[in-house]
Design a protein around this ligand. Structure first.
Ligand SMILES: [Zn+2]
Length: 424
């Protein structure tokens, strides 16, 4: 199983190379365009702060989704927390008024940076860039979404219909002067990654993306608010995730942490596809948050050895299910913020999630046995050779025969998890 899994991961990396090439070309050209653009000098000074799952290598059903954070250079900023959102949403102001280019993106007080203005301009510039430089080359811009901080570009390869990918471009503000009060004590990683590591994290910059809270009848402040982002730290925690620094450095000290997160994300995506309306508030960030909490508690690398895969996944799943049942999943960095609290996560959706998770556990995770439709979009040679979806127990036998199958490891894990359940 370990052999098969590492092989799958290698395959996945090879598959992604052409996608990465296409995306890199797009982003490099966009940066070039922005640097030279005549109509909006404020966007000339951008740089890429890459984050998101592709670079953490934990994308599961949609490996061709990319997140690109574009960092805008801003003068010294002052943050004020929007109280009703417990440390997640902020009003971002310049410390003093300015005549610099950013002045076109301020509200009437001439200090507050308008999230909507920045988002709109990003959208306008990307649209112009595509029509000037990438017209007819397969890239289209998605409709603006009021709650999303991103400009989403989609790529459709006319010659290869399955070749689909998307890129989220998110304008980002960097605040170098330290973390806001709500996150000051830092993540609870002393036992896992160590105190020194926590101090290093807290000394880094934080970022803000133009995202407003969910819900209707927002106050004016909330409509122009920025959401704090720790994706640069999350990326680092994913990369250097061991209690000992050597974790995953070589084959002999591999662990199954990332694999467990992949499985949980797969479960979340599967549930969302099955119940898009009922589970609309659920997202992969809930899974990632639960994952970090479990990692900071279950610290020893030996507990996550590949042989402990099923036990480890059940621990992670169990934690996630308990958090849903209690209606309390605290943000990993901003402890006072409960990601399972309304209005962002309505009670009805939470009750639905709790039932769905219970059902999955009792029926031995049927949602993991069926590859999602989007998995077919993966330009994966093996998947194309074996396009039949795996359904039920019959195909478990079938996939054992054709062990080359891309989803085989997943099925094996399900079986292990099932056996694990019997012992629990
Ligand atoms: Zn590891």
């Amino acid at each position: 199983m370990i052999k098969q899994k590492s092989r799958d991961l290698r395959l996945r990396k090879v598959d992604q190379q052409s996608a990465v090439k296409t995306v890199n070309h797009l982003i490099e050209s966009l940066l070039e365009y922005l640097k030279k653009n005549e109509d909006q000098p404020f966007f000339r000074d951008v740089s890429v702060l890459t984050s998101g799952s592709y670079y953490e290598m934990v994308k599961i059903n949609k490996p061709n989704e990319f997140d690109i954070m574009l960092k805008l250079k801003v003068p010294r900023l002052e943050l004020s927390e929007l109280e009703e959102y417990q440390g997640l949403f902020y009003k971002v102001k310049l410390v003093k008024a300015t005549r610099k280019e950013i002045q076109h993106f301020l509200l009437e007080d001439e200090r507050t940076i308008s999230a909507t203005k920045i988002k709109e301009e990003m959208h306008r510039l990307v649209r112009k860039f595509i029509s000037n430089h990438f017209k007819g080359k397969g890239w289209v811009i998605n409709r603006k979404l009021v709650n999303s901080p991103a400009v989403t570009l989609e790529y459709n390869n006319k010659e290869k219909e399955d070749d689909v990918m998307s890129v989220d471009i998110v304008p980002t503000l960097e605040v170098p002067q330290g973390w806001p009060q709500a996150a000051r004590s830092g993540p609870n990683i002393d036992n896992w990654l160590g105190k020194k590591c926590r101090r290093q994290f807290v000394s880094k910059a934080v970022y803000f993306v133009p995202k407003r809270p969910k819900g209707r009848n927002l106050k004016d402040d909330a409509k122009e608010s920025w959401r704090i982002s720790f994706s640069h730290i999350e990326k680092e925690m994913m990369q250097y995730h061991g209690n000992k620094k050597t974790c995953c450095e070589s084959f002999s000290n591999k662990c199954c942490r990332k694999r467990c997160l992949q499985l949980l994300k797969c479960l979340i995506e599967g549930l969302k596809q099955r119940y898009p309306k009922e589970l609309e508030p659920l997202c992969s960030y809930h899974g990632k948050t639960a994952f970090f909490h479990v990692l900071s508690d279950r610290v020893q690398d030996s507990l996550w050895s590949p042989g402990q895969m099923s036990v480890s996944f059940m621990k992670l799943f169990g934690y996630f299910e308990r958090r849903a049942l209690d209606g309390s999943l605290l943000h990993f960095f901003v402890r006072q913020h409960n990601l399972f609290s309304p209005p962002a996560f309505p009670k009805r959706a939470l009750a639905f999630l709790t039932n769905a998770l219970k059902e999955q556990r009792e029926l031995e995770f049927p949602v993991l046995k069926v590859p999602s439709p989007s998995a077919a979009l993966v330009p994966d040679t093996d998947a194309l050779l074996h396009p039949n979806p795996i359904n039920g127990t019959d195909s478990i036998v079938a996939s054992e025969r054709s062990f080359k199958h891309v989803y085989a490891w997943l099925v094996v894990v399900i079986v292990c998890v099932g056996i694990g359940c019997v012992f629990v």
